[in-house]
Design a protein around this ligand. Structure first.
Ligand code: CUA
Length: 397
């Protein structure tokens, strides 16, 4: 072959393009994104900042250790490498039994580990103690493949707000989350606000979150939970106290039944087709209870396996928060609070695509009548029905 020689820019580029180099290079460069919303190293709240204050010095220590060990190894490998005129029968000087060396490489790592362990344990306790400051508890339930949030705002031990995808909280307050799972293990993670916490069936796991300022913080399920694990996202929407209070007051209300046009027809359709799984309080409570009765007498006020849609249009995203429900206007691909509910900005096209064939939009094992069905099946709706449903959903504000 007439390949370029070992030197020269051409052969370097060519070498970097071989799979052996290209893959690590790609991974390395992947770490350089500057506007990554799920960056765990840019804390946006006191709890995440506590973690960051631990991570930075520990990373520094680890970095120094890495450079010293790897550097020392390279020097030694070079200095003591086998040479042509070496006498193969001759052993290099042996250091076994050298007390000074052996004490050294036992005591120094011990001291380093103690130096790392003390602040680590203190951080764990500091984060744990934050739960005592909590002003509110939200029940978080992982499902295949979306997150449900339940609030008991009047403290009667019954949820009065049930929502999905968007965890709405007041900014500047510590919120306690009680995390459960309805099926398999998931993991709740909003990198800007705290670490991860697994959602484990049969257990209640606690996590606290707090955002400094109002904003929308995105996260991702981080425990492999089946087919659409990669499409199970979550958003935390932090609002000012007064905005949060008006949000909560609205969420507690039932949905208003539309009285005319496509939306009214859509509401009727919703009662018939969607009532097996979805609830919109004020629209299909009765049908829903009846449908649940048919299915084993579970006359619940919430569906349990499908998102409550009572105030669907107040959310920024749908279908496990993978699709924006409203137009993103500032180009960060995240629908913020002020972008929700803008006239003409409802993402009707994506919603219609979803209604037309949900499993085509998101991998799901959605089989009608199957007890192991997961996700939303294709109901083979007509275009007219899809228009009516989309019009109805836009009224759920
Ligand atoms: Cu839920 Cu991965």
């Amino acid at each position: 072959m007439s390949d370029a020689g070992p030197s020269g820019r051409h052969s370097l580029v060519r070498r970097l393009l071989t799979p052996r180099w290209a893959l690590p290079l790609l991974l390395f460069l992947g770490a350089c994104a500057s506007d990554a919303p799920q960056d765990t190293l840019e804390p946006k709240g006191p709890i995440a900042r506590t973690i960051d204050n631990l991570v930075n010095p520990v990373f520094l220590v680890a970095g120094v250790v890495f450079v010293l060990v790897e550097g020392g190894m390279l020097v030694l490998l070079r200095k003591f490498r086998r040479r042509q005129d070496d006498d193969d029968s001759e052993l290099p000087p042996q250091v076994h039994g050298n007390l000074r060396l052996e004490w050294g490489w036992t005591v120094v790592p011990f001291l380093i580990l103690v130096g790392v362990a003390v602040p680590t344990v203190m951080t764990v306790f500091a984060i744990d103690a934050k739960a005592d400051d909590a002003t509110m508890t939200v029940q978080v339930t992982g499902q295949q493949w979306w997150w449900e949030f339940r609030y008991d705002t009047n403290n009667d031990n019954k949820p009065d707000i049930i929502t999905a995808n968007d965890l709405v909280v007041p900014a500047g307050e510590t919120i306690r989350l009680e995390i459960r799972s309805n099926d398999v293990i998931h993991s709740f993670w909003i990198p800007a606000l705290n670490g991860k916490k697994d959602a484990v069936p049969g257990r209640v796991q606690e996590l606290t979150v707090e955002a400094d300022d109002p904003g929308t913080f995105v996260g991702q399920c981080t425990e492999f939970c089946g087919l659409s694990h990669a499409y199970m996202r979550q958003r935390l929407v932090a609002l000012s106290r007064s905005d949060f209070d008006s949000w909560a007051a609205n969420q507690r209300e039932a949905a208003k039944m539309p009285t005319s046009g496509d939306a009214a027809a859509g509401a009727e359709l919703f009662k018939g087709v969607c009532s097996t799984c979805h609830l919109a309080r004020g629209i299909n409570d009765d049908d829903f209870a009846a449908k649940m009765d048919e299915q084993g007498g579970r006359a619940l006020l919430e569906s349990g396996v499908a998102p409550d849609l009572t105030h669907f249009a107040t959310r920024g995203a749908f279908a496990g928060a993978i699709f924006n429900l409203w137009t993103d206007t500032n180009g960060d691909d995240i629908v913020e609070w002020n972008e929700i509910g803008q006239p003409g900005a409802f993402n009707t096209n994506q919603l219609k695509a979803w209604l037309r064939d949900p499993p085509a939009e998101k991998p799901m094992h959605a089989v009608l009548e199957s007890p192991h069905s997961r996700g939303m099946p294709n109901y083979n709706l007509t275009e007219e029905q899809i228009d009516q449903l989309a019009a109805f959903f836009e009224t759920l504000d």
